[in-house]
Structure formats: structure tokens, C-alpha cells
Design a protein around this ligand. Structure first.
Ligand code: FRU
Length: 496
């Protein structure tokens, strides 16, 4: 009996508080991206700012390194760079898994959960009963998100459906009510609801299928963002996730209906790489703070098989969002948050060099940030290879004839752990040059590559699993004389 009690206490403390027992030095372990110390993670949940603290909840399996027992785990940050693990926030219970959702600080105590002047944080998530039902539930915290109480009259919204999930809520000031976006995954549309108290919800409108209507739609996110170069002007961005990829729509939300202002069949993506999913934006950031989102860096087609242990899954660098019109269509711009610059250490600079075939840089690293400005010669393919040793490398290239930016992981590291991963090796998107120049902003973090191009007009994110000594960096150019106008490279500190 004593042994049993001891084991239970040990198991409990491990789940509740044992989130930090990793060296964060394992092979493939990202050093400046968030990842759980141990076990599985997927979607970011409940991103909210409260009193100087950024909260990051996320889908987590406290019992293993594959998907299961979905629970909200919790971490906090003061700067979106360094993260601290906190105890599990909302656990699976009575056969109801805690699926994705969001969180708000209910400053006016509209929910009535506040007590003795304590402001409640309210989480809304999908209660998932495997193969039976998905409905919307709420829970509240009176101690800044550390401990949570599930509402005793859950669910707050149940249509009796098997697939109906991933609530995103936010306060709509002009209408003085809460808005909730919810996904009809199979039917490919987003529903909007309103509520005065976070408990009773009224249907407002539906956003019809548009853009990419393949696969299963998940995780709607509606966020208001600034328009680049037009101070005071704002637009609404609706992001959805499907088929290992995401897409976005840009337009207006009048408190009832979202109207997409891009062509209905047009498919535009926040990330054209294989490993950016379920991104949502922070709620309740201070007025001067740029809208900021975080996505999960993995892909359901192979997520459970990636060769990382004792954890699986990581979060993207937090990205500032804005929009601008290019060729009369709205384009989402994303930039890594400026606070990441505090991690920069040693710096190399290269200027005005011609790239003939290949040029190996005098730097080796699997943990760096690099800004690079190239003038690709006509009809050439040029760019940079990282994680290089011998014939093994990850290629980031620009095909000037086709105006295509691509990433290619077909020659990089371990790939055979999953057929779907092996198959998904090259990703590309069209991108026009500005003044004949290509600007790349690259982050490489052991098994994660995030590439922001032309000031965030296009982003490509991919996982790779290179050997630890695959750490060379090489510029390449297929023909003509591509020019390296300038490049700066910083090795990055670890946040752990
Ligand atoms: C997206 C998703 C969500 C769901 C969660 C379950 O990655 O499938 O739709 O709520 O993950 O973990």
C-alpha cells in the first residue's frame, strides 16, 4: 500500500510539476523555440496577455510522447523569448479530453466567476469524447492561470455533433459582447457566436467554405491587425488549419459577419512550409503591441513519428502580424518578434561578394539567425544551404526564372522514419523580387528552420533531423553572377 501511495504521489508530482527535467541538450532539441521538457505537444491554446505575463497553454499528453489524453499544459513568459513551465492547467477527466481553445481575462467579471475582487481568467475549449461528441466547455482561474476550475454546468454549447471544435473567443468592444469563432471541420466553415457572460452563446453568422476546402478544417483564428504604412487603419485576418497546412482570409468583421475581401477561390497561406499549424493570435495585448501569433511546428501526416525524445512538438517563434495590399490583394506579413534579438551573440558580416557556384562560409552552427540580401542573376537558382556536411544539406533557394522561393529537405538528415515525411520534401511559393533583390531572414534551431522572405511577405517553416555535425553554411548559385549584397549571422543563445 505504501508503495502504491508513494508511486501515485510520484506520478502526480511528475505530471504536475515535472515539466522541467530535461537538459534541453538532446539531439534535435530546439534551443530558442519553446518545447515541452518531456512528452507530446500540439496546438498552442489560450494565448493571452495578463499583467505583464504572456501565457502559453498547449495541447499536451502528460503520459506519453505520442498524441493522447489531451490536456492543457501551461508556460509563461515576460518577453515571448524565455519561457517558464508551470503545472498542468486543465487535465483530461471522466473520459473528456481538453481539446484546443482560447482564453481571456474577464476584467469586468461578465462571467460572475470573479470573487473578492479577483479577476477571473476564463478558458473556453472543446470537450472531446472520442467518436461521440465535441462540445464547448469553460473553466476559470482566480490565481492568474495556475489552478483551474471547470464550470459545473458544462458544456456551454453543444450541437450534438461529433466534429465541432476549437473555439477562439475575444471581446468585441463596439458590440460590448464576447465573440466566439468555431469550426465545422467536415463541412469546411466557421461559425460565429456572441455572449454577454461567456456561458450563453447566440449564433451570429457562418463564414462559407472558401480557399482550400480539402481535408478537415480546424482551429479558426480571427484577429484584427494593422495595415502596413497606413497608421490607424485595421483589417481582420481569419486563419484556418487543414491538411497539414494553413490558410488565411483578410477582410472586415462588423461584430456579426466576417467578409473576405480577397478572391473567394484564392488560396493564400501564412506559411508555405510543411510544419506550421493551428496558429492562433494573442488575446488582450496592450494597445501599442503588434498582434502576435504562435503556431505548432509539426504536421499531422507524420507528427507522431518524428525522431525526438523525450519530447515531441515545438512552437514557432512568436510572429508579429500586419497586412498590406500587393497587386490589389491583401497579403499577410509576418515578422519574428523583435525581443528575439536579445539572444543574438557573435556576429559575422559578409558584403558585396559574387557567388560563383558555391561558397562555404567560415561559420559552423546549428543554432543561428541569418539575414541575407541577394541579387539573383537572371535564370539562376541561388540561395543558401544550411545543416551542411558532405552531400547532406537543407536548401533554401530562389528560382529566378520561375520567381519561386523554395525549401528542400530531400538531402537533409534522417527522413525514413515515416513515408509521408520522406515524400514531403520540397515546398515552394511564388515571390516577386523587390528592386531585383531577395531578402531572407533565416532561423535555424537544430531541427527547425523558419524562413521569412521579403520582410515577411512569405514564410516557410520545415523540420529537419540532421546529424549533429551537419553544421556548415554555404551560398550557392547555379548560373550567371548572383550577388550577395549583405549577410549578417548571429549565433543564438539557448533560452533553457
Ligand atoms: C488541431 C487539432 C484540433 C484539436 C486538437 C486535438 O491540430 O486537431 O482540431 O482540438 O488538435 O489535440
Amino acid at each position: 500500500m505504501r508503495v502504491l501511495i508513494f508511486s501515485l504521489c510520484f506520478a502526480f508530482s511528475f505530471c504536475a510539476f515535472g515539466q522541467t527535467n530535461s537538459s534541453y541538450k538532446e539531439q534535435y532539441r530546439p534551443r530558442f523555440h519553446f518545447s515541452p521538457a518531456i512528452n507530446w505537444c500540439n496546438d498552442p491554446n489560450g494565448l493571452v496577455y495578463n499583467n505583464g505575463t504572456y501565457h502559453l497553454f498547449y495541447q499536451h499528453n502528460p503520459f506519453g510522447n505520442v498524441w493522447g489524453h489531451m490536456t492543457w499544459a501551461h508556460a509563461v513568459s515576460k518577453d515571448l523569448v524565455y519561457w517558464k513551465h508551470l503545472p498542468i492547467a486543465i487535465p483530461e477527466e471522466n473520459g473528456i479530453m481538453i481539446f484546443s481553445g482560447t482564453c481571456v481575462v474577464d476584467k469586468n467579471n461578465t462571467s460572475g466567476f470573479g470573487k473578492n475582487g479577483k479577476v477571473p481568467m476564463v478558458a473556453v475549449y472543446t470537450g472531446h469524447i472520442e467518436n461521440v461528441n465535441q462540445s464547448q466547455h469553460i473553466a476559470y482561474s482566480l490565481d492568474n492561470g495556475i489552478t483551474w476550475t471547470k464550470y459545473n454546468r458544462n458544456p456551454v454549447l453543444d450541437l450534438g455533433k461529433k466534429d465541432f471544435r476549437d473555439p477562439k473567443i475575444f471581446w468585441c468592444e463596439p458590440k460590448k459582447f464576447w465573440v466566439m469563432a468555431l469550426m465545422f471541420p467536415v463541412e469546411h466553415f466557421v461559425q460565429f457566436y456572441s455572449s454577454k457572460n461567456l456561458k450563453e452563446w447566440n449564433h451570429l453568422s457562418d463564414f462559407s467554405p472558401a480557399g482550400d476546402t480539402t481535408g478537415v478544417w480546424e482551429c479558426p483564428d480571427l484577429t484584427q491587425v494593422t495595415v502596413e504604412g497606413m497608421p490607424g487603419k485595421k483589417k481582420w485576418v481569419l486563419q484556418t488549419s487543414q491538411n497539414g497546412s494553413m490558410q488565411y482570409f483578410v477582410g472586415e468583421f462588423d461584430g456579426t459577419t466576417f467578409t473576405n475581401e480577397n478572391p473567394v477561390n484564392k488560396i493564400v497561406r501564412p506559411d508555405y512550409g510543411p510544419d506550421y499549424y493551428a496558429a492562433i493570435a494573442y488575446n488582450q495585448l496592450p494597445a501599442a503591441h503588434l498582434p502576435t501569433s504562435i503556431g505548432w511546428l509539426n504536421n499531422w501526416n507524420y507528427a507522431n513519428d518524428i525522431p525526438t525524445t523525450p519530447w515531441k512538438g515545438a512552437m514557432s517563434l512568436p510572429r508579429n502580424m500586419s497586412v498590406k495590399k500587393i497587386n490589389n490583394e491583401w497579403v499577410l506579413l509576418q515578422k519574428p518578434v523583435a525581443a528575439l534579438q536579445t539572444l543574438r551573440t557573435k556576429e559575422w558580416e559578409f558584403k558585396n561578394e559574387t557567388i560563383n557556384e558555391t561558397k562555404l562560409l567560415p561559420v559552423k552552427s546549428q543554432q543561428f539567425e541569418m539575414e541575407i540580401m541577394i541579387e539573383p542573376s537572371a535564370l539562376s537558382t541561388s540561395g543558401v544551404r544550411i545543416a551542411k556536411s558532405g552531400n547532406s544539406f537543407f536548401e533554401i533557394g530562389y528560382d529566378a526564372a520561375k520567381q519561386l522561393l523554395y525549401v528542400d529537405r530531400s538531402k537533409s538528415g534522417v527522413r525514413s522514419f515515416n513515408k509521408a515525411f520522406e515524400k514531403r520534401s520540397r515546398f515552394e511559393t511564388t515571390l516577386a523580387l523587390h528592386n531585383r533583390q531577395l531578402q531572407l531572414h533565416i532561423f535555424f534551431d537544430h531541427s527547425i528552420v523558419e524562413v521569412f522572405a521579403n520582410n515577411g511577405e512569405v514564410v516557410l517553416t520545415a523540420q529537419i533531423f540532421p546529424g549533429e555535425s551537419d553544421n556548415g553554411i554555404e551560398l550557392f548559385n547555379s548560373s550567371g553572377k548572383s550577388k550577395l549584397l549583405k549577410s549578417t549571422l548571429w549565433k543564438m543563445k539557448s533560452i533553457w
